[in-house]
Structures are given as C-alpha cells and as structure tokens.
Design a protein around this ligand. Structure first.
Ligand code: FE2
Length: 293
C-alpha cells in the first residue's frame, strides 16, 4: 500500500534475540561490515526500547559525528535561503548542536519544554496507524542511525539527519506541532485502511514535502526537502500545485526520486485552514467523498 516498506531496510529479530538489518545490495553501507554491525546494534536499541524508558544512547563514531557536522552546517546555510519563517523560528528555539549527532533523548529534552513533543526510537518502518496515531500524544517515531560515511549528502533511507534536522526543527514551532498532533488525531479517528492512507498522503505532501508562498517567493517547510542537500536546491523547479486535499490524497509518489509534484500553501494560516481543518474533522465518510466523487 505505502512505499516506505521499500525504503526502510527490513529489520529482523533472530532466535537468539539478536537484531539484523537487511540492507539491500545497492545500499552504500552494504559491503561495510563495521557499519552493518553498528546498524544492527542501533536497531536493537529500538527493538528493546519500551515507552516511558529513556532512549538508550547510540554509539556513533567520530566519522559519523563528522557527517552530521558537515551536513548540518551546509543545510543551515541553505535553510536561511529556502526554509519558511516558522521553520527557522523553530530551529532557533530548538538549538540543535551542529558539531555532533544529538542523541534522541537529548532531542526530546530540548523539544518537550517547547511543544510537548518527545521522540521514540524506531528500528525501521513503523506501521502507519502506530506512526501517525502517536503524534496525537506528542510522540514522534525516529530512526537513530546515520547514513554511510562514503556518501555524506545521500541516503536511501530516512536517517537521523532527516528525522531530527527535518522534523524536530518544525516540531519546535507551536503551529507545526499543532498540525502534527491533528494528523495523529485523524489517523486515530479513521477506521479504514484507504482513509488512513489518504491521511498519510496529505501528511506526505505537507509535513514531508510541503512548500509555501512567503514574501513573493516559494519556500519549503517539509522535512523531506529541508533535510535533503540536493532536493532543497531543486524544489522551486518542480511542478507546483495548489493545496488541494483531493489531489494530495490521490497523487502517487515515488520515494526513490526527488518529489516532482509539490503542493503550495499560500501561508501558514492557509495550511492550517485547509490541512489542519481536514485532519481535525475528517472521517471515513468525508474521505470517501473526496476519493470517489
Ligand atoms: Fe519524515
């Protein structure tokens, strides 16, 4: 149904309790046994984590902290040029470290006093209903690993750079945090899988890949764009469509390529009026009407 299943590497718990991440042959870390051992260990932290416990610290190498420092520094420069005002305000409030990868527990400690959100560790793909549902409780599932050091500006999977730089900076702003919570309310309210997929696609085209008009130019607030070194330079050249719920809920996307169809909100208020209102009120019937009329 949803294509994340292909881009999150599958995670398996073996009979002896050990956790194995199945990287595909095309993954940049496939032939690096040291990286793979670390991926398995980090996935194990999430598999063994229970809600309410502090998130165990992942062991990163100096090289990996260096990847974060390199990418975070480059993205911060690009954010000034391409990110919306609210996202930049969130980033300023949150104050993520630039020089090293923050632990997820530390991200939670920075975020919770601002908007009440806390992070939960995820080993890989989290089922849609669980991933979106807990947003209503102020909880955000996040991977903890970082991309392979051979390609610092590329990742085939959502890594800690995407989850923290892309999402936490937005979650640090009250208005975005409120929208994430409403997405969670919607995911809990709808019963059918089709309606849930519709809710998740609206999330995809807004919180992941949303763009917004601001002072006569197009800026981005979506975490997928703002955490991607390449995509952030390209989004203004994509096909830009009006913020239409029916269109967002029915447009197919390919997660393995840059998003070539994007939806523009005219302002933060416009995003809240259209998408926030939809998540606050939608149910299976209202979504069926959008889908079938
Ligand atoms: Fe994401």
């Amino acid at each position: 149904m949803f294509e994340e299943a292909q881009y999150f590497a599958p995670v398996e718990t073996q009979g002896d309790g050990s956790v194995v991440v199945e990287l595909s042959r095309s993954h940049p870390g496939f032939a690096d046994p040291v990286y793979r051992a670390r991926r398995n260990a980090i996935a194990g932290l999430a598999v063994n984590h229970r809600r309410g416990m502090p998130i165990p610290a992942a062991e990163y190498t100096e090289e990996e902290h260096g990847i974060w420092a390199l990418v975070a520094g480059e993205l911060a420069v690009k954010h000034k040029r391409y990110a919306t005002e609210e996202y930049l305000e969130g980033a300023a409030r949150l104050g993520l470290p630039y020089e090293r990868i923050p632990q997820l527990e530390e991200v939670s400690e920075l975020l919770e006093p601002l908007t009440g959100f806390r992070y939960l560790p995820a080993a890989g793909l989290v089922p849609l209903r669980e991933f979106y549902g807990v947003l209503a409780d102020g909880l955000f599932h996040s991977t903890q690993y970082i991309r392979h050091h051979s390609v610092p500006f590329y990742t085939p999977e959502p890594d800690v750079i995407h989850e923290v730089i892309g999402h936490a900076n937005a979650l640090a702003h009250d208005r975005f945090a409120a929208l994430y919570r409403l997405a969670g309310d919607a995911a809990r309210r709808v019963e059918g899988d089709e309606a849930l997929e519709f809710v998740s696609k609206v999330f995809w085209f807004t919180m992941e890949f949303g763009v917004m008009a601001e002072r006569d130019e197009l800026r981005a607030y979506g975490a997928g764009i703002l955490s991607s070194y390449g995509e952030i330079e390209e989004f203004r050249g994509m096909q830009i469509r009006p913020l239409d719920l029916r269109d967002m809920g029915q447009t197919e996307y390919d997660i393995t390529k840059y998003q070539d169809v994007l939806f523009r909100a005219e302002s933060m208020r416009h995003l809240e009026d259209v998408v926030g209102e939809f998540w606050a009120t939608c149910d299976d019937d209202s979504i069926a009407k959008l889908t079938h009329v």
